[in-house]
Design a protein around this ligand. Structure first.
Ligand SMILES: Nc1ncnc2c1ncn2[C@@H]1O[C@H](COP(=O)(O)OP(=O)(O)OP(=O)(O)O)[C@@H](O)[C@H]1O
Ligand SMILES: [Mg+2]
Length: 293
């Protein structure tokens, strides 16, 4: 679906390369979480998939990015938008309409979707994003989190093959964030949409994604299945990436030689690990008690 062949990019007015020597590919139906410290190049990477780079942000572009087999430099932003839906870091910059339903209809009309289908898709997208009640609201009166949901609904309505999202839950509370991730998982599983998401909430990512890309200083420094990447939690902490507490706890248990298995990725898994350890240490304790007697 997406292929980066030795890609480097420096912004016209930037200092040095924002991304450097990126070579990777993302297959159909993958759900990829991108993490890394501020300035690592995460947004730049996403902008190279939806064509914002090089069509909107100018600079020096090396290598090639192929999206659904098409070179993003040779395609127009409009062409790319038929394959890639985007949710940007700042919802304010993305919303162009005064009313929520117009914002969602805007993209659909641009794509030439017939009126009756616009209605069906709008209703579905509003429901999936959890904002049916906001349909006729003015976009200027919305909270930051509500604006984020509107941009998600607008992107979903277009039913893209690929969805790139840049910190789409930064202004949502934990319940709202989880709801967005559930929706994304559904889109990924039921519609086979390939998803790339930049997100600070690593625990949520690790619950929902299948693959992590870790970026630092414009490079992808780790890339693989969630558990495999989380095992390098020392490195993640060094980069200032907030490791899920279940991972930090597992590391402590490993350091105390109490556990040697894989890393749990959610609280339920961590609970079963801890219960197992408690049972084992309890048995050991009872055995030593017996031998003393
Ligand atoms: N429009 C721009 N013009 C010039 N330099 C830019 C521009 N956008 C980003 N950069 C620079 O490119 C580098 C990568 O930035 P990018 O925004 O991709 O990082 P990021 O990982 O998304 O960071 P954050 O977590 O803060 O969003 C940084 O050094 C940044 O200063
Ligand atoms: Mg960013």
């Amino acid at each position: 679906m997406i292929r980066f062949n030795d890609v480097s990019f420096s912004y016209e007015h930037g200092e040095g390369f924002a991304v450097q020597n990126i070579s990777t590919h993302i297959g159909r139906g993958e759900f990829v979480g991108i993490i890394g410290p501020s300035g690592a190049g995460k947004s730049t990477l996403l902008s190279m998939i939806n064509g914002v780079i090089p069509h909107f942000h100018k600079g020096d572009f090396y290598g090639e990015v192929l999206v659904c087999g098409k070179d993003t430099v040779e395609s127009t932003c409009g062409e790319i938008s038929h394959h890639v839906g985007s949710v940007f870091q700042d919802p304010e910059a993305q919303i162009v309409s005064m009313v929520v339903e117009d914002e969602i209809a805007f993209g659909l009309e641009n794509f030439g979707i017939p009126a009756d289908e616009i209605e069906t898709r709008m209703a579905e997208a509003l429901k999936m994003a959890g904002i049916e009640h906001l349909r006729r609201q003015s976009t200027t009166a919305l909270s930051g989190g509500q604006k984020q949901r509107v941009t998600i609904a607008a992107a979903i309505a277009l039913r893209p093959e690929i969805l790139v999202l840049d910190e789409p839950t930064s202004q949502l509370d934990p319940v709202g964030s989880r709801q967005v991730f559930r929706t994304l998982k559904r889109l990924n599983q039921e519609y086979g949409i390939t998803i790339l998401i930049v997100e600070q909430k690593v625990l949520l990512l690790s619950e929902f994604c299948s693959r992590f890309m870790v970026m630092d200083k414009g490079r992808i420094i780790m890339d693989g299945p969630i558990r495999q990447v989380l095992e390098h939690n020392d490195k993640l902490l060094e980069l200032g990436i907030n490791c899920p507490r279940v991972v930090t706890l597992t590391k402590l248990l490993q350091d105390a030689s109490l556990y040697s298995g894989g890393y749990p990725v959610d609280v339920d898994e961590a609970e079963s690990v801890i219960r197992k350890i408690m049972e084992e240490t309890h048995d050991q304790y009872q055995e030593s008690e017996l031998s003393v007697q």
